[in-house]
Design a protein around this ligand. Structure first.
Ligand SMILES: *Cc1c(COP(=O)(O)O)cnc(C)c1O
Length: 388
């Protein structure tokens, strides 16, 4: 039995609660009322079917949280207004004043900006950056104040992969919490909690929403006490709750997640194969290619592949920009995870210092393969490559 597919489609279906409607309603209420004051006083918003006020919990949002918790094999999920609201909540929950963070160099950039703009100046915290592939490098970075290791695998830009179980084991030995941004693979293709990671984050603005029409985030863990803290201290007090309308759209999106991902993966594989064979392409970074330097780890911990990849052309950064401008089917825009293909040169405007920090290049091209089909997308790429 593939339980994931049932979680995607049917978890949260309680027809008898909603007049047998096949789709649950959007609960647009801000509060819940009770017959007796004592009943109101006894509500524990962490418990099933306990609702009091929309900033603590909402029935539509909770259906989505149940699906995510099941898919990630966590005990509880808590949804936020955005991926960044979730990411920063995870950092604030696990760290305190003077905490030390170990962070992969190529994690999602705004997370690093948050560390440098808020954690360090306001909370006297510190950070050590790691590549993540060398256990000794991580071990050396650990100090008595280390509270958190921030991971992403495959990570932004070159889709570096790290051995999650190895890092989780090391962190446990030192009493350090581990956090991963699992957006890129979704719970269908990677389950970090089962490998020992403490907290998983997803931005639902990408594959989970799947239609480029919502912003949302979620945290999930097996640690019930940690999730209680995240729900009360971080979500209820900071107030970054997911709205019920967004939750409803995310529920609609998640029902087709497997069907979409399988298709995205097939298309991305075709495109990566095509690009790798092109003499004008120097390098393709894609986890589905046998040439990926960490193919053995990928096989061990991933069940599938994202439709994100990056490539380097045998040309200058300016020509790379010209190349992407010549693509008609790939919109020039940030984000990803919807039906539409996208392309960017994410480091084109980076400083020399940033490029050196990432050991990456200004002309790097990131492709997101949407659902326009391999044939159409390859035709578009082939034409633009010929124009180079
Ligand atoms: C988009 C993105 C985020 C941030 O999510 P928001 O919902 O925009 O806050 C975090 N991580 C990754 C990998 C992303 O692509």
């Amino acid at each position: 039995m593939d339980k994931d597919l049932l979680s995607l489609t049917h978890t949260g279906d309680e027809y008898d609660k909603y007049l047998n409607a096949v789709v649950p309603p959007i609960f647009l209420n801000s509060l819940h009322v009770f017959e007796k004051f004592e009943d109101y006083c006894n509500v524990d918003v962490f418990e099933e079917d306990n609702y009091i006020y929309g900033r603590s919990s909402n029935p539509t949002v909770h259906i989505l949280e149940r699906k995510i918790a099941e898919l990630e094999h966590g005990s509880r999920a808590v949804a936020f207004a955005s991926g960044m609201a979730a990411a920063t909540a995870a950092i604030m929950t696990t760290c305190k004043i003077k905490s030390h963070i170990i962070c992969m160099r190529d994690v999602y950039q705004p997370v690093k900006r948050f560390i440098h703009g808020v954690c360090i100046p306001k909370f006297d915290m510190s950070v050590t950056y790691i590549w993540g592939n060398d256990l000794e490098e991580i071990e050396q970075a650990i100090n008595p104040n280390t509270s958190l290791i921030i991971l992403e695998s495959p990570a932004t830009f070159v889709f570096r992969v790290i051995d999650l179980k190895q890092v989780a084991d090391l962190a446990k030995k030192h009493g350090i919490k581990t956090y991963i941004d699992n957006t890129c693979l979704t719970p269908l293709f990677q389950k970090p909690l089962d490998l020992g990671i403490d907290i998983v984050m997803h931005t639902m603005s990408k594959y989970i929403g799947g239609h480029s029409d919502i912003i949302g985030g979620v945290l999930v863990s097996k640690d019930e006490d940690l999730m209680r803290k995240i729900m009360s201290e971080m979500r209820e007090w900071f107030g970054g709750v997911l709205g019920p309308m967004e939750a409803w759209l995310a529920i609609r999106g998640i029902r087709t997640l497997n069907a979409r991902l399988q298709q995205h993966q097939t298309i991305a594989m075709d495109i990566a194969d095509f690009l790798e064979k092109s003499p004008k392409v120097n390098k393709v970074n894609y986890t589905g290619l046998a040439s990926h330097p960490q193919a053995d780890i990928i096989k061990k911990q991933q069940k599938g592949h994202t439709s994100l990849m990056s490539l380097e052309l045998d040309t200058t950064p300016d020509k790379a920009v010209e190349f992407i401008n010549n693509l008609h089917l790939f919109g020039k825009g940030c984000s990803w995870g919807g039906f539409e293909s996208l392309v960017l040169c994410p480091l084109y405007k980076a400083s020399e210092e940033e490029l050196d920090f990432l050991k990456s290049s200004r002309g790097l091209i990131r492709l997101y393969c949407g659902l326009e089909g391999s044939e159409n997308l390859i035709e578009d790429l082939e034409r633009a490559l010929k124009m180079l």
